[in-house]
Design a protein around this ligand. Structure first.
Ligand SMILES: NC(=O)c1ccc[n+]([C@@H]2O[C@H](COP(=O)([O-])OP(=O)(O)OC[C@H]3O[C@@H](n4cnc5c(N)ncnc54)[C@H](OP(=O)(O)O)[C@@H]3O)[C@@H](O)[C@H]2O)c1
Length: 274
């Protein structure tokens, strides 16, 4: 990937918690120079503090015109955090926010209405290079800016471009929050295995490997997930017995997941108004 503009002009990372760290780890592995990075975070982790030895700038004054400034603080912290970035607004520095809910319009209000701004929604599998990020830019983002944002995000997984910012609430509810649903599936599948008499460690190993393997197969196979499900299901067999419960129209997976995703999308819309 092309990181030359970022290496030459610098990257500012505001907020280096779970998502900020996951992405920074991926970028450094892909050739971003630590001495091109300025991290602003009031309580940096041991890992980030360790990167100072490699030249990373931690809580130092901002460079004058960094190529890109990544905003990775909680939506509720924006009011406190954004004033520190105002000097970079209305110029060539691209702002890239990964915050749930906060709109491009809110960033333009805080940073300057001529600022190039990308809004993105990654997810935590970025920590192992298997994330997926949806992104969209405002009218001040040119092709080169978008390619730079996309190059950074594709260092930690797949990327998709959105046609409209409205889609971001649904993306947040499906892939942003989605890893938590899958981790809960692992937890509950393992617990159900324990209830059927398996030792806890073995049940967790079986559940993790099943979810990881099914995910890998869903990505690699030519068949769609419906066909892959059918491939597991012998007529009148064990899977059919389980799917009769899970695919129940009133209280099965479809109704349950639809309610969960709707709640997440609604919360994303609310965060945009807070
Ligand atoms: N986690 C996810 O799965 C995920 C996925 C997609 C998008 N996001 C978005 O990513 C953003 C960060 O989420 P996260 O889960 O990484 O949260 P997090 O772990 O809490 O990270 C946020 C970091 O920002 C720091 N911070 C607080 N105030 C700051 C300020 N004024 N200036 C600079 N840094 C400040 C926090 O420090 P303290 O801890 O000391 O307050 C923390 O280290 C959120 O907007 C969230 O919507 C998260």
């Amino acid at each position: 990937m092309t990181l030359s503009r970022v290496n030459e002009n610098g990257l500012v990372l505001l907020g280096c918690g779970k998502m900020g760290s996951a992405m920074l780890q991926g970028w450094l592995a892909q050739g971003l120079n630590a001495n091109s990075v300025t991290v602003i975070d009031p309580h940096p982790s041991q890992w980030v503090q360790g990167l100072v030895q490699q030249g990373l700038h931690l809580n130092e004054p901002l460079p004058t015109t960094p190529a890109i400034c990544i905003i990775a603080v909680k939506p509720q912290m924006m009011g406190d955090a954004l004033p520190a970035l105002r000097a970079l607004g209305n110029g060539t520095t691209v702002f890239l926010s990964i915050a749930a809910g906060t709109s491009i319009g809110a960033f333009a209000d805080a940073l300057g209405d001529q600022s190039p701004i990308i809004r993105a929604m990654p997810n935590t599998p970025a920590a192992v290079g298997q994330g997926i990020t949806a992104l969209i830019g405002n009218a001040h983002i040119n092709d080169a800016d978008m390619q730079m944002g996309e190059a950074l995000l594709s260092a930690v997984g797949q990327t998709v471009r959105l046609a409209s910012e409205d889609q971001m609430d649904a993306v947040t509810a499906v892939s942003g929050s989605g890893p938590a649903y899958v981790f809960h599936l692992i937890e509950t599948l393992a617990a159900a295995g324990v209830a059927q008499g398996l030792p806890k460690d073995m049940a967790l190993q079986l559940a993790k490997a099943t979810v990881a393997g099914a995910g890998a197969l869903a990505q690699a196979a030519d068949e769609d997930p419906t066909q892959l499900r059918i491939n597991v299901t012998s007529p009148n067999g064990t899977t059919a017995a389980a799917l009769e419960v899970l695919m129940n129209e009133t209280d099965g997976f479809p109704a349950l997941l639809n309610r969960a995703v709707t709640a997440a999308a609604d919360r994303s819309r609310e965060l945009g108004k807070e």
